[in-house]
Ligand binder design. Sequence first.
Ligand SMILES: NC(=O)c1ccc[n+]([C@@H]2O[C@H](COP(=O)([O-])OP(=O)(O)OC[C@H]3O[C@@H](n4cnc5c(N)ncnc54)[C@H](OP(=O)(O)O)[C@@H]3O)[C@@H](O)[C@H]2O)c1
Length: 246
Amino acid sequence: MQIHGNTILITGGTSGIGLAFAEEFVKHGNTVIITGRRQDRLEAIQQRIPGIVVKQSDIADAAAREELVEWVYANYPATNVLINNAGVQLAMDLSQPVDPRRIHEEINTNLVGPVHLGSLFAPHLANQENPVIINVTSGLAWLPAAFMPVYCATKAAMHSFTLSQRWQLRNTNIKVIELAPPSVDTELGHDRRADKTQSHGGIPIPEFIQEAMAALMEGELEAAIGGAKDLRAKGETIFEAFNSRF
Ligand SMILES: NC(=O)c1ccc[n+]([C@@H]2O[C@H](COP(=O)([O-])OP(=O)(O)OC[C@H]3O[C@@H](n4cnc5c(N)ncnc54)[C@H](OP(=O)(O)O)[C@@H]3O)[C@@H](O)[C@H]2O)c1
């Protein structure tokens, strides 16, 4: 994809991969809008990086998604790139009753949100120059880590969905890209760590961004980054060995 001169909406830009993409795309001369639920974070980011536009929005809420689209049309009608990045990752013990609110939270955020938002934006994007939808999935789309079963299922679903979305939009000029990160050291899943500042593990964010930007510039439509390439290649054939690590 062209990496300059776009107007880009990134869901979930208050930390981690979304924030790093926002900073990188601003450096490349794009107008960047980020969303998230945490208003304090959004305000702090806007003060630190005045080039970033912020908008509080909950991707798990259908009315908020519709309001976001109306706001973008009214304020940033040149928006031509949607990055469906917001996500949550929850561990679940399936040998005990699971709280259905946690299941809904994960599915609404990681699957329902990007599916609905992509469909709301598609008619608008189809009339823009160089329109792109990027769905951030995961290497775990191909190989589930069993302790976070619903998270992995949402990512596998988003991988499948992206194939269908790309097919349905093939007669428009919208490029549909799947970007599958490996384990990256962000705040993801931090609710299961006693010390919230503790590292998530994974590769440093700048290393991920460098490789991801290269893949986007190359025009890869299914960009598995770093270790995610291996997970895509080996997938469920290494399920037992992979899950024995946790
Ligand atoms: N880090 C990894 O190892 C890894 C690996 C593969 C894929 N990914 C994917 O990469 C994406 C970004 O994750 P990350 O690693 O950067 O994690 P992160 O640092 O926890 O960032 C997650 C972002 O999503 C936002 N978010 C969560 N729920 C939201 C909601 N309901 N509405 C709006 N925004 C919401 C958060 O903002 P608020 O809390 O302010 O709402 C935050 O900005 C996710 O889709 C994740 O699944 C990450």
